[in-house]
Write a protein that binds this ligand. Structure first.
Ligand code: MN
Length: 513
């Protein structure tokens, strides 16, 4: 959880001085107790730091400015213990550029019917204080998450935890660098888009990196490091014993794949990049007859699989939006049990009510979603600029519910498309030895696939078992981008109307385009 420990969430309690010093002291004490309660609940991945009460416009503005300027602060939670006149929040909210969660809660859980007096009422006014704060946020069109419930309720804490994960992932993406080895492949439209707008709207920077620079790293990888990594592979993954024969073609291929992984990891570390894309037609200069050749002898698929599991964003064929989104998916789901992967709609399986879509890629599926121990295999791969014996991890994924997501560029805005899916038992593919998942998109194959296509969705997407649509709702809210969700309640006529209405909404709200 090291990545979450780099961040904190600030808690600011709204109050005012009208009720006298005793009330302010009590507000402060209650707030401290509540923040400690949150931190001690064991349910929040990011620590909450109490920043005191805000009793005036200047105090609010000072806290918001400090939040903006502190790279550790991933977001702010506000709560109005007493009535906090919301005009005093205007200047601060105008400046705040960090994610905001408005927590509508109350210090006491139940009304103390027999003892409640006017002093109690002066103190415990979030019932109307939070409405006053909500009004100014809505009037100012401030994007935020509103969480309602008592601060000790595990369900409420879990909603805050979701937002914390998204806020931290958002902070992580604000200095994200995606390296692209080669450009977009083969005139594909959906994997491309406006990289300038992506940096303005989503925060991350996408940079071309010449493959020759990667090859400089490849040349420097030592045989000893490569041998050690191959030994690690054999420990980690199921494999045929014959592959361990150092004279075999299979061993040589795995050795070369390990070297590619070390070169990729080294350049990602040196540049501070959090993700990368590959291009299977651009793998360095390769001439087997040239003793000074420099280049990958195979598509670095095994490296991509393992680097994804480590948290590096990955997009195939130059797909930088998927690379960035996968990094965010991985970041949000750190410490959650079931895993995530970049996937591609591979081929369809028509089977009545169980019609499904095979999810795979030529190599690059993340082993975090594997049902069983992945198997290290070497097979000939006849695609791309190298047609060669190629190492890869082969597995099928866990049968379970999940959610897949993608971001597309519609020309005037980004659209996040989210689809609930049900992964069902997949089957081995003896003649197509790649990792795969098999899923039925909700509400069923016909409607789910039609809605995805109508929304302009990619054939690549970022899948997770652990992230519910609530994560994506929070992400879209923080980013200020459109989100459409395809789930068990989706119907095509209603979905088409949603797309039409969104078109108008975003046309009118130029600030979101
Ligand atoms: Mn692809």
């Amino acid at each position: 959880m090291e990545n979450f420990s780099n961040y904190e969430i600030w808690w600011v309690t709204g109050a005012q001085l009208l009720y006298g010093g005793d009330a302010v002291v009590a507000v402060d004490a209650h707030s401290k107790e509540m923040v400690e309660g949150l931190n001690n609940s064991g349910r929040l991945p990011v620590k909450v730091v109490y920043k005191g009460t805000a009793n005036s416009s200047k105090e609010v503005a000072d806290i918001m400015k400090a939040a903006n300027n502190d790279p550790r602060c991933a977001g702010i939670i506000t709560w109005m213990h007493t009535f906090s006149p919301a005009k005093m929040w205007i200047h601060g909210l105008q400046q705040l550029n960090k994610p905001l969660l408005h927590f509508h809660t109350q210090y006491n859980a139940e009304i103390p019917w027999d003892t409640m007096d006017m002093d109690f009422m002066n103190l415990n006014q979030s019932a109307h204080g939070d409405r006053e704060f909500g009004h100014i946020c809505t009037r100012m069109r401030i994007r935020r998450k509103v969480v309602v419930g008592h601060w000790t309720d595990p369900k409420v804490l879990d909603k805050i935890a979701v937002w914390e994960r998204v806020a931290a992932a958002w902070a992580d993406s604000q200095d994200m660098l995606i390296l692209r080895f080669g450009d977009q492949m083969n005139n594909v439209a959906v994997t491309d888009g406006d990289k300038v707008e992506a940096e303005q709207r989503l925060g991350y920077h996408v940079d071309y990196c010449p493959v020759s620079k990667l090859m400089d790293y490849w040349k420097k990888v030592s045989d000893a490091d490569t041998d050690a990594l191959v030994a690690e592979y054999f420990k980690l993954y199921a494999h045929d014993a014959a592959l361990e024969d150092k004279a075999s073609e299979g061993y040589k291929s795995i050795h070369s794949a390990a070297r590619a992984e070390l070169a990729l990891r080294a350049i990602l570390k040196d540049t501070g990049a959090k993700g990368f894309t590959t291009n299977f037609d651009d793998l360095g200069d390769w001439d087997i007859n040239d003793p000074h050749f420099v280049g990958f002898d195979q598509i670095p698929g095994l490296a991509s699989q393992r680097l994804m599991a480590e948290g590096y964003g990955f997009g195939a064929e130059g797909d930088w939006k998927s690379a960035a989104l996968y990094r965010t998916v991985w970041f949000m789901s750190q410490g959650l049990p079931k895993g995530c992967s970049f996937l591609e709609d591979y081929t369809l399986n028509f089977d009545g009510a169980n019609s499904s879509i095979l999810q795979a890629h030529m190599l690059e599926v993340c082993p975090l979603i594997a049902e069983e121990r992945p198997r290290l295999e070497v097979h000939f791969l006849g695609i791309g600029i190298r047609k060669a014996q190629t190492a890869r991890l082969v597995f099928t994924s866990k049968p379970d519910a999940g959610v897949t997501a993608t971001v597309v560029d519609l020309g005037n805005r980004f659209r996040l498309i989210v689809n609930d899916v049900e992964c069902i038992k997949s089957k081995p593919l003896p003649k197509l030895p790649v990792a795969s998942a098999l899923w039925i998109p909700m509400p069923n194959f016909e409607v789910g696939a039609a809605a995805w296509i109508l929304a302009g969705g990619t054939h690549h997407s970022c899948f997770s078992y652990d992230l519910t649509p609530e994560y994506w709702e929070d992400y879209a809210e923080i980013a200020g981008i459109e989100m459409v969700r395809i789930d068990k309640d989706t119907t095509i006529p209603a979905f088409k109307n949603e797309l039409r209405w969104n078109e108008v909404y975003y046309m009118l709200n130029k600030s979101l385009c």
